[in-house]
Design a protein around this ligand. Structure first.
Ligand code: ADP
Ligand code: MG
Length: 319
């Protein structure tokens, strides 16, 4: 039976050239670059709540880091370091190998170094803290949206939620449709390059983890503004579009979680620049509406009439 320390050495100790000290001591030592703010965020993934026991360990490793990278993207921060606190029911080396593969695959793609953590026995639980750097005062926050700003989102909305609805038997998709949507749920791609490019352009930003209405709602609340968005302008995956007349698909688009796209606001005179950025990053960016001075969020249909929207985003304690 491998010891706790064998497991840490074998699966979680990798070179950390950008840390003064990485895994192995009582604490890691990190030096933030001059004139940079340190952006710190932590996310916990609990088996049965955020992922299912049937999910492959590689996708769990990928997704648990991806959701953290997405928070860095939403702040316009360059991800640098991570720590990993892991509770495992048993020293299942096959699972650990798969998990570490998914985790480090994504970490190396984004230049993130794992500098420490904690490993304990218990119900499967993955807690990752991510640290990144952003030039002092330049972070993208939720509280900067101004009346007249345009509202943008990256990628497509509701694809991950549609895949989850399929997995849970709430919507029927054929094999090809399912195969097209499932990657959005299992291997989300954090929009780090977009977040970095939005420094100096976006007035506010958030990553969409709990659904468009809920997450845009956080920007509106913290910026003390309202908004109007156009349902027909929302970017949908072609599979979602095919099923959009179903209530469940509409719900996925407006209130489905797990997209990990960015929603941001920018002055209208930056519109052309953002279209160019979309081409440069090969990432669709859709302008979905405008910030208004009054409070509230209105979703308008094709005729410009307000749609009745009752859906709320995911809330762990409201279920
Ligand atoms: P301590 O008892 O001082 O908290 P630990 O025995 O928990 O130290 O951990 C030993 C070293 O291994 C520490 O540097 C810690 O950061 C690191 N570590 C433990 N678990 C993990 C993990 N899952 N991933 C990365 N590093 C880890
Ligand atoms: Mg410890």
């Amino acid at each position: 039976m491998p010891s706790e320390f064998d497991l840490i050495r074998q699966y979680f100790t990798r070179p950390t050239p950008s840390a003064l000290l990485g895994v192995g001591d009582d604490a890691a030592l990190l030096q933030v670059s001059p004139c940079m703010d340190l952006a710190v965020s932590v996310d916990m993934l609990v088996e049965g709540r955020h992922f299912s026991p049937q999910d492959g360990p590689g996708t769990v490793g990928h997704k648990s880091l991806a959701v953290n990278l997405s928070d860095m993207a939403a702040m316009g921060a360059q991800p640098r370091w991570a720590t990993l606190a892991l509770a495992l029911p048993a020293a299942d080396e096959k699972w650990l190998r798969g998990f570490a593969g998914g985790f480090f695959g994504l970490a190396s793609k984004f230049g993130v170094e794992l500098v420490g953590g904690d490993t304990t026995r218990g119900p499967l639980n993955i807690c990752i803290q991510i640290m990144g750097e952003v030039p002092a005062g330049k972070a993208l926050r939720r509280d900067g949206a101004k009346a007249g700003d345009e509202i943008w989102v990256s990628g497509t909305l509701g694809t991950a939620a549609l895949a989850l609805a399929f997995r849970q038997g709430r919507v029927e998709l054929d094999q090809l449709e399912a195969a097209a949507c499932l990657p959005a749920l299992y291997v989300p791609q954090p929009r780090v390059a977009l977040g970095l490019a939005l420094r100096g352009i976006a007035t506010a930003a958030i990553d969409i983890s709990d659904g468009l209405l809920a997450d845009l709602g956080h920007i509106l609340e913290q910026s003390q503004v309202g908004a109007e968005i156009h349902f027909e302008a929302l970017p949908l995956h072609e599979v979602t579009r095919r099923h959009i007349n179903l209530e469940v698909a509409k719900n996925c688009v407006l209130a489905g979680g797990d997209d990990y796209e960015l929603c941001f606001t920018a002055p209208a005179d930056r519109h052309a620049e953002l279209e160019e950025l979309s081409l440069k990053l090969a990432l669709p960016l859709a302008c979905i509406g405008r910030i208004a001075s009054g409070a509230g969020l209105a979703v308008l249909d094709g005729k410009g009439d307000p749609m009745p929207v009752e859906m709320k985003g995911f809330d762990h304690f409201a279920q």
